[in-house]
Ligand binder design. Structure first.
Ligand SMILES: *Cc1c(COP(=O)(O)O)cnc(C)c1O
Length: 494
C-alpha cells in the first residue's frame, strides 16, 4: 500500500512560496511590449498548489501506480471484452508517418493511411460476412445509431414510411434502445425465455408492417447463443424488417460464425473490444458498421474508394449520393483503426480462428469451477461470458457489490455487476482468450475464498475493500460530481 498517495489525499502538499520551476524572463518587456494582450491576462493568481518538483513527481507517479488496467492485472469485466492490446499495435499506431497526418491533406499525400482504412474495411467485411463496411463511427453506440439510420434510409428509399418501430430483447444492452430512440424509432421489447434466449412466441405477434427491424446481439448479453436465430431472422424478414446485429459480442464468434451468414443485414463491430484496441474511461473507440449487399449505398460519407489501374492502384475519398450523410468528422478514429489492423495482420487467417474457441473455453472453465459457490441461473455451455446471480448462500446478506469490492483486495478488477437486469444480483464474468490457466486458477481460488468468508466472517466482505486507497465512495455522487481540479477540492474543503 502506498502511503505517499494517502498523504497526497489527506494532507495538503502546498506550502506558500515553495517552487519547482523557473520560467525565462519576459524578453518582450525590454522592448516595451507585453507577452500577452491585457484582456487575456488574469487579475488574480490562479491559486495553484505551491510545491517542489520532487513532490510533484512523487504525487503523479504514485497516482499512476494506483491505476488498474489490463497491463497490470486480470480484468474480467463482462460485456466489455477487456483484451490485451499487444505493444506492436501501439508501435504501428505511433509511426510518425501516420501520427503526422492531417485530415485535410490532399488524398494523394495520404495514400498509405487510406490503404489501411480500405484494407481494414475489407478484412472486417470478410470476417463478418458483410458486403461493405464504414469505419467512420466513433463507438459501438455510435455504430448502432449509424446502422439504424441505414435501416431508415432503406425503408425510406422504398417509400415505406410506416416502419417506425424497432424490436429489442429485454436482455439487450442499454445502448440498443437508446440508439433507437435517438434515431427517432419507437422501441418494442420482446421477452426472453427462461434459458435467456429470445422468446419466439412473444416475438410473433409483434411483427407487422410498422416494424423497421430488430436489434439483437448473439451470443446475447447472458453469453448464451441464440439458437433460434434462423427462425427469428426469417420472421423479421418476412414482415419486411431488417436484422441488426450488435457486434459487441462478436468475440466468441470470431473465425467461427459470421453474422452475415446467420441472417443479419446490418451490424457494428467494436474495434475496442473484439479487435483488441484499448478502451476504458470513455475512449477512444471505433464502431465500424457493415451492411449486406444492397444496402451499401446508404453508408455514411465520406468513403474510401479503391481504383485499379493496370498493375497499380490508388485511393480517393468520395461522397455517395444516396448516403445517409455524414456522422463523424472525416473518416473516424484512425489510431484505433491502426491498432485493429495490426492485430488482424499479426493474428493472420489461421490464428484468428482460435480467438472465439479460446474465449469460450476460458469462460466455461471459470463458470464450471465456480458454480458450487455462486448461483448459476442458466446452466449449459456459455460463449465468451456468463452471469451468476450472486452467492449461492445468501444467508449472511453478502451482496454482489460486496463480492466485487472484496475482489479488489486481491488485485483483481471486479466483474460487471447488476447487469444484465434480468437477475437481482447479476455478476457477469468475461475472462477473454488472453488469460493463462494460472491466472484463471488464481481468480477461481479467490472467488471461492470470498464465498467462504461471506459465510464465516461476513463483515470482512461487507466492509471491503480494505487494501485500496479509497474504499467505498458514493458511486452516484462520484459520477455526478467528480472533483477533478485542485481548486474544487480546496473549495469543498475536503
Ligand atoms: C459495449 C457494448 C455496446 C456499446 O459499445 P460502446 O462502444 O461502449 O458504445 C453495445 N452493446 C453491447 C452488448 C456492448 O457490450
Amino acid at each position: 500500500m502506498n502511503n505517499t498517495y494517502y498523504g497526497s489525499l489527506i494532507f495538503e502538499l502546498s506550502r506558500e512560496g515553495r517552487r519547482g520551476y523557473s520560467l525565462p524572463a519576459n524578453e518582450l518587456k525590454q522592448y516595451g511590449m507585453d507577452a500577452l494582450p491585457a484582456q487575456l491576462c488574469r487579475e488574480q493568481a490562479p491559486g495553484l498548489p505551491e510545491v517542489d518538483e520532487l513532490s510533484v513527481v512523487r504525487h503523479y507517479t504514485n497516482m499512476s501506480n494506483n491505476n488498474f488496467g489490463v497491463d497490470t492485472g486480470f480484468y474480467p469485466l463482462g460485456s466489455c471484452t477487456m483484451k490485451y492490446n499487444p505493444k506492436i499495435n501501439e508501435e504501428m499506431c505511433n509511426l510518425p508517418a501516420f501520427t503526422g497526418l492531417h485530415p485535410l491533406q490532399d488524398p494523394d499525400t495520404v495514400q498509405g493511411a487510406l490503404e489501411v482504412y480500405y484494407e481494414l474495411q475489407r478484412s472486417l467485411a470478410t470476417l463478418a460476412g458483410m458486403k461493405e463496411f464504414t469505419l467512420n463511427p466513433f463507438a459501438g453506440a455510435h455504430g448502432e445509431l449509424t446502422g439504424l439510420m441505414v435501416m431508415r434510409s432503406y425503408h425510406a428509399s422504398r417509400g415505406d414510411d410506416k416502419r417506425t418501430k424497432v424490436i429489442v430483447p429485454d436482455s439487450a444492452h442499454g445502448t440498443n434502445p437508446a440508439s433507437a430512440a435517438v434515431c427517432g424509432l419507437d422501441v418494442v421489447v420482446v421477452k426472453s425465455r427462461p434459458d435467456g434466449t429470445v422468446d419466439v412466441d412473444d416475438l410473433r405477434p409483434l411483427l407487422d408492417d410498422t416494424i423497421a427491424g430488430m436489434m439483437m446481439t448473439n451470443p446475447n448479453t447472458l453469453g448464451i447463443f441464440e439458437h433460434s436465430i434462423a427462425e427469428i431472422a426469417k420472421l423479421v424478414h418476412d414482415c419486411g424488417g431488417l436484422m441488426y446485429y450488435d457486434g459487441a459480442n462478436l468475440n466468441p464468434m470470431l473465425g467461427k460464425v459470421r453474422p452475415g451468414d446467420i441472417g443479419f443485414d446490418i451490424m457494428h463491430i467494436n474495434l475496442h473490444k473484439t479487435f483488441s484496441t484499448p478502451h476504458g474511461g470513455g475512449g477512444p473507440g471505433s464502431g465500424p458498421v457493415g451492411v449486406r449487399e444492397g444496402l451499401e449505398q446508404f453508408l455514411p460519407n465520406p468513403r474510401v474508394i479503391r481504383h485499379d489501374e493496370d498493375d497499380s492502384h490508388y485511393y480517393t475519398v468520395e461522397n455517395g449520393v444516396n448516403s445517409l450523410g455524414s456522422i463523424s468528422g472525416f473518416l473516424g478514429n484512425f489510431g484505433v483503426m491502426m491498432r485493429a489492423y495490426t492485430y488482424i495482420l499479426t493474428l493472420g487467417k489461421e490464428n484468428v480462428k482460435n480467438v472465439g474457441p479460446l474465449a469460450t473455453l476460458n469462460a466455461n472453465y471459470v463458470k464450471e469451477s465456480l458454480k458450487d459457490s455462486f448461483e448459476l441461473p442458466i446452466g449449459g455451455v456459455c460463449k465468451h461470458e456468463f452471469v451468476f446471480d450472486g452467492l449461492k448462500d445468501k444467508s449472511t446478506g453478502v451482496t454482489t457489490l460486496d463480492v466485487a469490492k472484496r475482489l479488489l483486495d486481491f488485485g483483481f478488477h471486479a466483474p460487471t455487476i447488476y447487469f444484465p437486469l434480468l437477475f437481482h444480483e447479476a455478476l457477469m464474468i468475461e475472462p477473454t482468450e488472453n488469460e493463462s490457466r494460472e491466472t484463471l486458477d488464481a481468480f477461481i481460488d479467490v472467488m471461492h475464498r470470498i464465498a467462504k468468508e461471506a459465510h464465516d466472517e461476513p463483515e470482512m466482505v461487507k466492509t471491503a475493500p480494505h487494501n485500496t486507497p479509497v474504499s467505498r465512495p458514493d458511486d452516484a455522487q462520484a459520477a455526478l460530481k467528480p472533483i477533478v481540479t485542485y481548486r474544487e477540492l480546496k473549495e469543498e474543503n475536503v
